[in-house]
Design a protein around this ligand. Structure first.
Ligand code: F0G
Length: 482
């Protein structure tokens, strides 16, 4: 361990209710306000202490940590003081999350888009989605509670569209005793890869006919009535961990983010809340000067946040929507738990000089975008494709003028959602998605030699015949003999 390098600062974290404004101590796990049922954000009451250092001094500290060999500070806790500065080094869980690459858009794609952009590849986290950031923080908090209270058994539970569950199960399996994990999934609405993840980690996997919003109601009841640790983003420790995305983006761009545009897909609205909260924190401490343009992106099949913000201020009224099948399935949520957080944070964001917009995109745009970007060497999931589609829309609407670069959050790895690509390629998309594949993008394996043709051939002859057939198929020019 590296106790000498570990920060000495300790915060005084409290849950602050966004409904009634009351605060509660964090010596217990609370999800919603016991008084009014509102959701929380975690606040560090000591944070004025952090202002004793200048923005420049903080930047130096975080930059120096990037090169440090200290496991608890290697991942998201490089930004320890900005997130959950109450953990001891032994509480901190590191499975390799965070520090995900920001990869410049392929040159031909940048030309096509007409705006410089990069993907931040959140699929390169351990469970292949951004959820690992929040999970590392929430499990570190749980470990600190287990250490302090000597708990003998803890059951973590979450509802999920497939990625929260994969992350919860992975981190739970790593911690082991006394933690066990159960995940509640909408039957048939997570991908086979996402379903395989918690099964492989040994979690209890419970499937319910319905959509994510139904599963969320079930876990809320369980969390209200039984001793369980809820790991959905209602758990505000998750939001804290996900703020690290914003810190990493700022650090990568030399702490100068004012003329960037960040695109984030919105489902349960935890991620967009975390990104905003992180940006505001850095701004408050002078670590960044100006705020980037922030864009949420939603599919027209699951767009409650877009519906709210597309109206003029006086006419805004939040209403849950009934979702329809979406290729951005992980964000297919009609009643986002973190909507109150978004509302509050957007007010603060705009007050601090930032702009926030939500782009609505069609299923067709998402799927075409996803196919296109991955054809250019990216590894975007459908939600990453959604961000690209949102960027194109924003560009057309003239919202990206004077923008240096767009940063697109590809929230998971392409492979988790590969069945959508397969349906696109073999033309088997159910009508409900409203996606018509572009046949030019279909790509299938081609057989070389039949089994019958291979039978009885020795390896050299087989290689000779297969090579000749491949050369003819690909139109290869024979090498000229010298
Ligand atoms: N992208 C991916 C890959 C996701 O898994 C999710 C959410 C989102 C985007 C939307 O993020 O909910 O913070 O607005 N997945 C959750 C889950 C709901 O259960 O895995 P959000």
């Amino acid at each position: 361990m590296c106790h000498d390098a570990f920060p000495a600062y300790r915060g005084k974290m409290e849950y602050e209710c966004l409904g009634c404004g009351k605060s509660f101590p964090t010596d217990q796990l609370l999800y919603t306000c016991p008084d009014c049922g509102g959701v929380f954000l975690l606040k560090d009451r000591n944070c004025n202490e952090l202002k004793k250092l200048s923005g420049g001094e903080w930047r130096k500290i975080f930059d120096a940590r990037a090169g440090m060999r200290c496991t608890p500070l290697r991942g998201i806790f490089r930004f320890y003081e900005l997130m959950a500065p109450v953990f001891e080094p032994e509480d901190i869980l590191y499975l390799g999350e965070g520090n995900t690459p920001i990869v410049a858009g392929a040159p031909a794609l940048q030309e096509y888009a007409g705006i410089p952009f990069s993907f931040k590849n959140e699929g390169q986290n351990p469970s292949a989605s951004f959820k690992d950031r929040g999970m590392a923080c929430a499990y570190s908090y749980l470990r600190s509670l287990v250490r302090r209270h000597h708990w003998k058994d803890v059951l973590t539970i979450c509802a999920s569209t497939g990625d929260t569950s994969a992350a919860a199960a992975l981190y739970g399996a790593y911690v082991g005793d006394p933690i066990k994990t159960a995940v509640i999934l909408p039957l048939g609405k997570v991908t086979p890869q996402q379903l395989a993840q918690p099964l492989g980690s040994g979690a209890s996997v419970l499937e319910i006919p319905g959509v994510f919003d139904d599963c969320m109601k079930v876990v809320e009841r369980l969390a209200d009535r039984y001793r369980v640790a809820l790991l959905n983003s209602k758990n505000s420790w998750r939001i804290l961990g996900q703020e690290s995305y914003a810190f990493e983006v700022a650090q990568w761009y030399g702490w100068d983010v004012e003329d960037l545009a960040l695109f984030v897909p919105v489902g349960n609205a935890g991620n967009i809340s975390a990104v905003m909260s992180g940006l505001l924190k850095m701004r408050c401490l002078g670590i960044i000067e100006g705020l980037p343009k922030l864009f949420g992106v939603q599919s027209e099949h699951a767009d409650p946040v877009w519906r709210y913000y597309s109206k003029p201020v006086q006419e805004r009224k939040y209403e849950p929507v009934a979702v329809r099948p979406s290729v951005a399935q992980a964000a297919m949520i009609g009643d986002p738990v973190s909507f109150p957080r978004v509302k509050k944070l957007v007010e603060a964001y705009e007050e601090a000089g930032g702009t926030f917009s939500v782009m609505q995109v069609t299923e067709q745009e998402i799927m075409d975008a996803d196919m296109l970007v991955n054809r250019h060497g990216h590894i975007a999931c459908t939600q990453g494709g959604e961000c690209f589609a949102g960027m194109l829309r924003a560009g057309k609407a003239g919202l990206l003028q004077n923008c240096r670069e767009a940063v697109l959050d590809s929230t998971a790895h392409a492979l988790k959602f590969i069945d959508f690509q397969n349906m696109y390629m073999d033309g088997s998309f159910p009508d409900a998605y409203g996606v018509t594949p572009d046949a030019r993008l279909a790509n299938r394996p081609v057989s070389v030699l039949t089994e019958k043709e291979c039978r009885g051939l020795d390896r050299m002859t087989l290689a000779e015949r297969a090579a000749a057939q491949i050369a003819s198929m690909l139109g290869l020019e024979p090498l000229k003999k010298a």
